[in-house]
Ligand binder design. Structure first.
Ligand code: ZN
Length: 301
C-alpha cells in the first residue's frame, strides 16, 4: 500500500449544512470552521457562491469569508459559474472549486446550462484567474445521475478531457448521490489516472447507500490521497432528490488511524466537533464513531 498520509478536505461548512432546514448563523459557521481547524483539518470548503434564492443556507458566503481565521488552513469556495468565481476571488479565498456535472440534465438543473457550456465558462475564467487563487474542478455525478441514471464511463471521460484541457490545479470526482461501489471507484479512478497521471485526484463521496467508507478505501487503494468528508456525516445536495450525507470525517479518521495512514486530525477533537454540529442542527446526524467512540477508549484524566 501506498504512502502513509492522506489529506482530508472538510466540507461540513458547505456541503454539510447546505441541505439543512435549520439555517446556521454566520457566527455558528465560523465556530464550526474554527472547531474543524482546531481538530487538525487544514483544508476546508468554507462556503459556496450560489444564488441565495436557491440555496438560502449559503446566503452569507461573503460574510463567512470576511470572518475566516488567517493562517493555519486553506479555504475553498465552491462556484458554479463565472460570477461565483469572481466572488471567490473578491473574498480572498485560497482556492475556488468549480463544478461541472457529468450528466447533461443534472448540469442544467444545477447551473442552468449544459455540461460543455460550463466547461466553456471554466475556460473563460481560467484565462483571467489571478495567481492568488488556485482553481480546482469537481465533476459532479461522476458515478451516476439522479435524472439520467447510469453515467457511462465514456461520457465521464469526455467530460474529464474537456476539463483537463483547462489544466485545473486538482480534479475531484464526486459521487453526488451516493451510488458508487468500490469496483466503480477502482475503475473510474484508474481510467482517469491512466489518461492524466499528473493531476492530483480527489474524491467526494456520499454515503447514501452505505458504500461511502468502502468507496473511500477503494479510492486509497487506487492511489487517491485527497478525500472530502464532513463532520458527523452531514451533507446533501439541494438539487438532487433524496441526497444524503457525506462520509463522516471522524469515521474516516478512525479507519485511517487504525490503518496506519496519517491525516493530522485528532479523532477526539473531531468527534467533539461533530457532536457540537449535531447540537446546532437539532437532530441526530449519521456519523457512527461519534456514537461509539474511538478504540481503545481514551483513558479518563
Ligand atoms: Zn456533496
Amino acid at each position: 500500500m501506498a504512502s502513509d498520509f492522506l489529506e482530508i478536505i472538510e466540507v461540513s461548512p458547505r456541503d454539510g449544512i447546505q441541505n439543512e432546514q435549520v439555517l446556521l448563523s454566520t457566527g455558528q459557521k465560523l465556530d464550526l470552521i474554527g472547531r474543524a481547524i482546531a481538530a487538525g483539518l487544514r483544508r476546508l470548503e468554507v462556503t459556496s457562491f450560489v444564488n441565495p434564492a436557491r440555496v438560502p443556507q449559503m446566503a452569507d458566503a461573503d460574510a463567512v469569508c470576511a470572518g475566516l481565521p488567517g493562517g493555519a488552513a486553506r479555504h475553498i469556495g465552491l462556484t458554479l459559474n463565472a460570477r461565483g468565481f469572481q466572488r471567490a476571488v473578491a473574498a480572498g479565498l485560497d482556492e475556488a472549486n468549480f463544478v461541472v456535472v457529468a450528466s447533461e440534465t443534472f448540469n442544467r438543473r444545477n447551473q442552468g446550462v449544459g455540461t460543455f457550456d460550463s466547461i466553456a465558462a471554466l475556460a473563460g475564467l481560467k484565462a483571467e484567474a489571478p495567481h492568488s487563487i488556485a482553481l480546482g474542478v469537481t465533476i459532479g455525478a461522476a458515478f451516476g445521475c439522479p435524472f439520467e441514471g447510469e453515467v457511462p464511463l465514456a461520457r465521464l471521460m469526455q467530460v474529464v478531457e474537456g476539463v483537463m484541457a483547462q489544466a485545473p490545479a486538482e480534479l475531484a470526482l464526486a459521487d453526488t448521490i451516493g451510488v458508487a461501489t468500490p469496483r466503480d471507484i477502482a475503475e473510474r479512478v484508474a481510467a482517469v489516472r491512466a489518461a492524466f497521471p499528473d493531476v492530483p485526484l480527489r474524491l467526494h463521496l456520499h454515503n447514501t447507500r452505505n458504500t461511502g467508507i468502502a468507496n473511500a478505501w477503494a479510492g486509497i487503494e487506487a492511489g487517491v490521497r485527497r478525500l472530502d468528508a464532513s463532520l458527523g456525516g452531514t451533507g446533501g445536495c439541494p438539487f438532487a432528490p433524496r441526497a444524503t450525507g457525506n462520509i463522516a470525517t471522524e469515521d474516516l479518521v478512525y479507519m485511517l488511524d487504525r490503518s496506519g495512514i496519517g491525516t493530522g486530525v485528532d479523532l477526539d477533537a473531531a468527534i467533539r466537533a461533530a457532536e457540537w454540529l449535531e447540537a446546532q442542527l437539532g437532530h441526530g446526524v449519521p456519523g457512527q464513531v461519534m456514537k461509539a467512540g474511538g478504540f481503545p477508549a481514551p483513558r479518563a484524566a
